[in-house]
Write a new protein. Sequence first.
Length: 86
Amino acid sequence: MKFAVLIAGVALGLGFAPAALATPLPQQPSQCDPNYSGPCVPIASDVDCAAGSGNGPAYVSGPVTVIGTDIYELDQDGNGTGCENG
């Protein structure tokens, strides 16, 4: 009887092993704007590309991918990538 319980426990554990070993997707910290992926675009009153001529107060070094609304207008040419020059 103990052997059957042991076998059932091992089988049950192996059934959950792939989920337990799966690598979680990296998540951006909550202070990053969810409209962008790649480098963290900070949540601020204004964000400009670090290599551009904007006046901040916050900056991001790109490129960044626009996955929502480009609220900081980092993607000047509308191709889905902002701060392409850094």
